[in-house]
Design a protein around this ligand. Structure first.
Ligand SMILES: Cc1cc2nc3c(=O)[nH]c(=O)nc-3n(C[C@H](O)[C@H](O)[C@H](O)COP(=O)(O)O)c2cc1C
Length: 337
């Protein structure tokens, strides 16, 4: 079994899984800026077990995205057993991840995602079924707390299983995707994770999770790594509209640079903090989305367009035009008239 996780240089900067957002086009852009590993949008193990073609489409990726991890959600061990075989054979990613963090009602109703942290016996059967049926490294993504179950309780219940990586979102299910990050829980979980541990939550967001006076993405990530002892961090919302966050994380002394440049907290591509550089990245993203999905790709990525321009002085006027864009050519015109 090839375990890519153990070969990654640390700290690892991962693009966290984001349904409806982190599709192949966005993942490729993040990869261009240096993301070390990227996760797919979550995919239904049940839909795969029923041979859904649409679900297979959702997982497609470009070679440059490697190492690429497909994330599955579901509630039935037998569906995972089938799904991992299908994904390994037909998609050929580098790893498989199981979602124990999604709080969305639709997923909850199926008994999948975060609520599984309250059913540790079933969760263990799901992880075991996945591991037994694939030669790919299996990882899990969990929350700091769901109901009365903590990340520590949950990881203890999975002891002995060959889990190669764990991403802990340091927020409870009740918190959703915002609010304070419980780094202490991630730290307590550290000894229970034999493989790679990724800390997730708040990096590059405002307010910053770190109480430090330093600001910026590098300070957030360094702080989280130091406090938790994790091997890397997962970046979610901090990458939306600013995929260059991965480059910023990799530049040594970036903190110093932003102080000197007096850059706005939202940041911009390193070395080029101009609006033009942001447009360039945005246009590249749009062209890729159009190539991969056609016109629906542009409609789908309008939210990304709005995130790219947020923080710019004329964001409101730009957004008004961008939400009507139907093609990359139209997007280009909006900026270069
Ligand atoms: C739009 C959106 C979609 C998400 N979809 C998923 C998903 O499919 N699977 C998953 O495990 N987490 C998902 N998450 C949670 C993120 O992976 C991440 O844990 C969360 O955003 C916290 O990290 P952040 O503070 O860096 O954003 C999603 C988050 C957002 C904002």
């Amino acid at each position: 079994m090839k375990n890519f996780w153990s070969k990654l240089d640390k700290p690892i900067y991962a693009l966290a899984p984001m349904a409806g957002v982190a599709d192949s086009a966005f993942r490729q852009i993040c990869k261009d800026f240096g993301a070390d590993v990227v996760y797919s949008e979550m995919v239904s193990a049940t839909a795969l077990a029923y041979h859904s073609k649409k679900t297979l489409e959702l997982m497609k990726f470009a070679k440059k995205e490697r190492p690429y991890v497909v994330q599955l959600f579901g509630a039935k061990p037998e569906h995972f057993a089938q799904a991992v075989k299908i994904v390994e054979k037909q998609i050929k990613p580098d790893g498989l991840d199981i979602n124990f963090g999604c709080p969305v009602k639709k997923v909850q109703k199926q008994g999948a995602g975060a609520v599984l942290m309250n059913d540790m016996k079933l969760a263990r059967r799901i992880v075991a079924a996945a591991i037994e049926n694939t030669s790919l490294p299996v990882s899990i993504k969990i929350r700091s707390k769901v109901g009365n179950t903590t990340a520590v309780d949950f990881l203890k219940s999975l002891a002995g299983l060959e889990i190669k990586a764990v991403m802990i979102h340091g927020r409870s299910m009740a918190q959703g995707n915002s609010g304070e990050v419980d780094w202490k829980m991630i730290k307590r979980a550290r000894p229970l994770v034999k493989g790679v541990l990724l800390a997730n939550g708040g990096v590059g967001l405002t307010p910053s999770p770190s109480p430090s006076l330093e600001r910026g993405v590098k300070a957030d990530a360094d702080w989280l790594l130091a406090k938790t002892g994790a091997d890397g961090v997962g970046i979610g919302q901090g990458a939306l509209g600013r995929p260059w966050i991965f480059q910023q994380l990799k530049i040594k002394n970036y903190q110093l640079r932003i102080k000197n440049a007096d850059e706005k907290s939202r940041g911009a591509p390193p070395g080029a903090s101009s609006k033009e550089e942001i447009f360039k990245v945005m246009l590249k993203h749009a062209k890729l989305a159009e190539k991969l999905k056609g016109q629906p790709g542009i409609v789908e990525m309008r939210k990304h367009l709005c995130w790219y321009v947020s923080g710019l002085p004329d964001a409101g006027a730009l957004r008004e035009k961008l939400v009507k864009a139907e093609s990359s050519a139209q997007i280009k015109k909006i900026f270069y008239v």
